[in-house]
Design a protein around this ligand. Structure first.
Ligand SMILES: Cc1ncc(C[n+]2csc(CCOP(=O)(O)OP(=O)(O)O)c2C)c(N)n1
Ligand SMILES: [Mg+2]
Length: 311
């Protein structure tokens, strides 16, 4: 979680100082959702992501150097510098792709689930999306297909209360996005998305269920983004009291407190982990900056999916 936090905060500072390509949407404050879910996954399981996908990639054992290089649009990036923050993909770790099209990952995850079912493997797909995406037609189509065919997909709604500046209460009438699961005859689970252990536990059950061929689950992680919608957004629409309340329940502080209180780790041990992450981040920036730009004649090379890439 700290690696994800520091990755995005480091980039935020870099964007202020240097000309950087593309946009950036931070998941700061939502790290426990990605980590709690992905800690249950195997290397060959799949993940589909959103425009807020750095955390999903890192939590799925994505390569920090390759991710940083992607942000710098370098040849060594996970998409050879041609995807950027919004299109992080890396089939080598099962990251099928982040996408800037809200809700687009939902039917893609159903497709990947169908591929698993046809190949009769024990893999699963985790599909991350936002509360706003749950109002898209793609949400209905994707979950409906996954439920009728009992596909091994875990739908994870990261409900951070906002779609850009629109509060969830003005666009969703049910109390929980997870309540919509009943329309598809699948389990709908609400969990504190800032409590990494709670997320881990509900994910474990849903993933086991999917591996046993019992079909999809919809998990709603209640969480909050600490930053604006993208790095250009000062988020003046987020009320001060709301922010203060959620900031108190920061997932990293929350977990640190737990580890220390339960004597699982000491403050010093946690500091050591943080120092290691800082060093890895500095190395990632150095790696990215010193990497070559993609060759101009490679511009069209990754335009279409190569025939030898089979999920
Ligand atoms: C199909 C589509 N509609 C609208 C947009 C513009 N847009 C980008 S992000 C976003 C909000 C998405 O909200 P949510 O699904 O809750 O995700 P969050 O940003 O909160 O993580 C919108 C409307 C888009 N990219 N794609
Ligand atoms: Mg949202």
């Amino acid at each position: 979680m700290y690696e994800i936090r520091l990755f995005e905060e480091t980039l935020y500072e870099i964007y202020l100082k240097e000309p950087m390509p593309g946009a950036m949407h931070q998941c700061t404050g939502q790290e426990a959702c990605a980590v709690g879910i992905c800690e249950n996954l195997n290397g060959d399981d799949y993940v589909t992501s959103t425009h807020r996908g750095h955390g999903h990639y890192l939590a799925k054992e994505g390569d920090l150097n390759k991710l940083m290089a992607e942000m710098y649009a370098k040849e060594t990036g996970c998409c050879h510098g041609m995807g950027g923050s919004l299109h992080v993909a890396d089939f080598s770790v099962g990251m099928l792709g982040a996408t800037g099209i809200v809700g687009a990952g939902i039917p893609i995850s159903a497709g990947a689930g169908l591929s698993i079912k046809l190949r009769k493997t024990k893999q699963v797909v985790v599909c991350f999306f936002g509360d706003g995406a749950s109002n898209q037609g793609a949400f209905h189509e994707g979950i409906n297909l996954a439920s009728i065919w009992k596909l091994p997909v875990i739908f994870v709604c990261e409900n951070n209360l906002y779609g850009v500046s629109t509060h969830i209460t003005s666009v969703i009438t049910v109390k929980n996005v997870a309540d919509r699961a009943s329309a598809y005859g699948i389990p709908g689970i609400v969990v504190d998305g800032n409590d990494v252990l709670a997320v881990y536990e509900v994910a474990q059950e849903a993933i086991n269920r999917a591996r046993e061929g019992k079909g999809p689950t919809l998990i709603e992680c209640k969480t909050y983004r600490h930053r604006g919608h993208s790095r250009f957004d000062p988020a003046i629409y987020q009320p001060k009291e709301e922010k203060e309340e959620w900031f108190k329940n920061d997932p990293i502080l929350h977990f640190k407190r737990y580890l220390v209180d339960k004597k699982i780790a000491s403050e010093d041990e946690i500091k050591t982990i943080e120092k290691e992450v800082v060093a890895a981040m500095e190395e990632a920036v150095r790696f990215a900056k010193s990497s070559p730009d993609p060759a101009p004649d490679s511009a069209a090379r990754y335009t279409y999916v190569q025939e030898d890439i089979i999920l």
